[in-house]
Design a protein around this ligand. Structure first.
Ligand code: HEC
Length: 215
């Protein structure tokens, strides 16, 4: 019970501190070797319930290809979660010794990690896009403390078909637009003051608290 509890806690630190307890278990090398492929462990401890006939929890670990973890990454992610939580096999069923259990987890995790590195999922791949008008206003205000009324200086953004004006697809950049964005802030009196303050000249006396103080 104690060793089960230790594992369930799942803290490597605990295991390290109580290393003597863990190390007192059965010899680890032979067990660890047994999970270089997970198949024997699955066959022994999992397929009694997770098989084609019973399909317990919709999971069939008897037919899944245990030599190709990435091919069913989603399923193996679930398995890792259950194993990490210590909840499979259920408490009533025989359970592998700790070394075998840990080796199974690390085998699955490293296979999944390797697959993730080989096939990175970059998420949304929309092109980089410019800030829309309100975002630009907020960014300038937050970064350099200028509250510029950009509505008169840069054109409003087109909305996409759902009415949003902050979608990457509609936020393209034309050279003219870029010029107007730059001009909108470059010629503000307080922007000139901020530049002067940053370069050490203080004679503008313009309100640029953040930059002046940082000198
Ligand atoms: C005595 C039967 C039994 C054994 C043996 C057993 N399981 Fe389970 N398993 C269940 C039951 C019942 C559920 C559904 C309840 C739950 O999720 O706790 C389940 C759920 C799961 C799930 C969640 C499936 C999903 O889609 O959410 C995974 C993953 C899992 N088991 C993996 C394993 C692994 C790996 C082993 C072997 C180390 C194993 N089980 C051994 C009965 C068993």
């Amino acid at each position: 019970m104690r060793r089960v509890y230790l594992w369930a806690a799942g803290f490597a630190a605990v295991a390290a501190v109580l290393g003597g307890v863990v190390a007192a278990g059965p010899p680890q090398s032979s067990n660890a070797a047994a999970t270089s492929t997970p198949r024997p462990v699955l066959d022994k401890y999992c397929v009694t319930c997770h098989n084609q006939r019973l399909k317990t929890a919709g999971l069939t670990l008897d037919t899944i290809d245990a030599a190709n973890i990435p091919a069913a990454a989603d399923t193996w992610e679930k398995v890792v979660r259950k194993l990490r939580a210590g909840s499979m096999p259920p408490p009533s069923s025989p359970r592998p010794d700790q070394a075998t259990y840990d080796a199974l987890i690390s085998h699955l995790e490293s296979s999944l990690d390797r697959a993730a590195v080989d096939h990175p999922n970059p998420g949304r791949t929309d092109a980089f896009h410019r800030l829309n008008r309100s975002e630009y206003h907020n960014a300038v205000r937050d970064l350099i403390g200028l509250d510029v009324d950009v509505t008169s200086l840069v054109p409003a953004d087109a909305a996409d078909e759902h009415g949003f004006d902050n979608m990457a697809g509609v936020l393209s950049v034309s050279p003219v637009l870029l010029e107007r964005y730059g001009a909108a802030t470059a010629n503000q009196p307080s922007a000139r003051g901020a530049r002067a303050a940053a370069s050490g000249r203080r004679d503008f006396g313009a309100p640029s608290p953040g930059l002046a103080e940082s000198k």
